[in-house]
Design a protein around this ligand. Structure first.
Ligand SMILES: Cc1cc2nc3c(=O)[nH]c(=O)nc-3n(C[C@H](O)[C@H](O)[C@H](O)COP(=O)(O)OP(=O)(O)OC[C@H]3O[C@@H](n4cnc5c(N)ncnc54)[C@H](O)[C@@H]3O)c2cc1C
Length: 385
């Protein structure tokens, strides 16, 4: 527990800037070669797969991980700039994104050596996609109410029940899921949950795609019907998964993906307004960029704290709270600023990007923990509850 919040200022070192230039040059070359379109709302899965392999070959996946598993033991700040450049360019990073951010680090900390040796090099090569199996129909914010059961079986466990809103489950190779292995105790309602690595081709798994209002179909209901999980796919401690979750959530909540998801709308506005925007547009762009800059400084600061081995849980929650509200409002603010820009082909392209971003905006303050839940985390971090 802490009574103050800290965002120590951090200037990215020169070497990180050089890495940024390298990533930018790579992305530019990929765009010029037609590998992906930075303005396309959605990109084919095959394009994501090919891109992941190229990023893996560059050594930009799992770059902070131990060398003995194929990582490079580079800093979180290196990872930060690679991630940031990919997001800003709307690069097709979906295959490796979740694994690089949180599933890989969870395996490094808690998985068996056999699993680490088998799975981590595949992630690093851009060949293993992960999903997160936490939410259930009656257990979203209140994760500790999860009911999807794992029961003892010979040589392992059997899983039955369902998860919901599982992003990319239908195309992932693995899920790290949270399952009920025993009942909560009277003095600890968090007790009784266990994490497992689930191979998504195991018999008994069905993924039912769910439509979203944006037109995107990337999340699922996942039904488990007596799915066998071998013993060595246990992640961490039986009944004690809640202890493992805290740091993972700090990684999940503080990155630039928590304020850059609708960034394409701002980039579109700057391009459309051109080199001499009218004073109203200039003022709107200036304000948005200044706010973005402040969010980014906070997020970089959290990356620095994670790098130093700290657990900035409340600070990460603040970055996500402020960041997701900002990115949620961004498309409407951009739309207002562009109101007087006349119709034409450039305006049509911009509107296409804008409309997509307006449709994804509502989800931004729900995924990865809702605004209300984050404020509870912040209050707890400040010792207020
Ligand atoms: C695009 C998207 C992708 C997602 N991807 C994944 C994924 O890959 N894996 C996964 O496991 N989940 C995923 N989720 C699920 C997400 O984590 C949950 O939707 C979220 O945690 C909220 O849970 P819920 O939907 O059950 O809502 P509920 O928990 O039922 O909340 C409903 C409302 O009540 C409020 N509320 C709930 N509890 C409290 C409280 N204690 N105090 C104050 N207010 C409260 C909430 O803030 C919310 O406004 C995804 C969600 C979205 C939108």
């Amino acid at each position: 527990m802490q009574s103050t919040l800290e965002f120590p200022p951090l200037r990215l070192p020169e070497r990180v800037q050089r890495l940024r230039d390298e990533v930018r040059a790579f992305i530019r070359a990929e765009i010029d070669a037609g590998s992906f379109d930075p303005d396309a709302p959605e990109t084919d899965w095959e394009v994501h797969k090919a891109f992941a392999r190229k990023v893996g070959a560059r050594g930009w996946i799992g770059m902070t991980w131990p060398r003995r598993y194929g990582g490079q033991e580079r800093s979180f700040l290196d990872r930060y700039v690679v991630n940031e450049e990919m997001l800003v360019a709307n690069a097709p990073n979906t295959v490796y994104f979740t694994a690089d951010r949180q599933s890989g680090p969870t395996l490094i900390r808690y998985a068996s050596e056999r699993i680490k040796a088998q799975v981590l090099p595949r992630i690093i090569a851009g060949e293993a996609c992960f999903s997160i199996g936490m939410s259930e129909p009656d257990s979203g914010s209140d994760l500790f109410a999860a009911k999807c059961r794992a029961t003892r079986a010979e040589g392992g466990w059997k899983i039955s029940g369902s998860k919901i809103w599982t992003t990319n489950a239908h195309r992932s190779d693995y899920m790290i899921g949270l399952f009920r292995t025993s009942a909560p105790t009277a003095d600890n309602r968090r007790h009784g949950l266990t994490s497992f690595l689930v191979g998504m081709t195991a018999p008994g798994i069905t993924c039912n795609l769910i439509d979203q209002m944006s037109g995107v179909r990337d999340f699922n209901e996942v039904v488990f019907d007596d799915v066998f999980i071998p013993d060595d796919q246990l992640i961490g401690e039986v009944d004690g998964a809640w202890k493992q979750a805290t740091t993972e959530l700090a990684y999940e909540r503080s990155g630039p993906e928590r304020f850059l998801e609708t960034y394409a709308a701002l980039r579109g506005l700057v391009a459309l307004a051109g080199p001499s925007p009218d004073p109203r547009q200039a003022e709107a762009i200036g304000r948005l960029v200044a706010e973005l800059h402040a969010l980014r400084r906070m997020s970089v600061s959290v990356a620095g704290m994670l790098e130093a081995g700290r657990e900035p849980v409340a600070e990460a929650a603040i970055v996500k709270d402020l960041g997701t509200i900002w990115e949620q409002d961004l498309p409407q603010r951009v739309r207002d600023a562009a109101a007087l820009i006349p119709p034409g082909p450039a305006r049509d392209d911009f509107d296409r990007i804008l409309h997509f971003n307006m449709r994804i905006a509502p989800k931004l303050t729900i995924q990865g923990g809702t605004t209300e839940i984050l404020r509870g985390v912040i209050a707890r971090g400040l010792g207020l509850r």
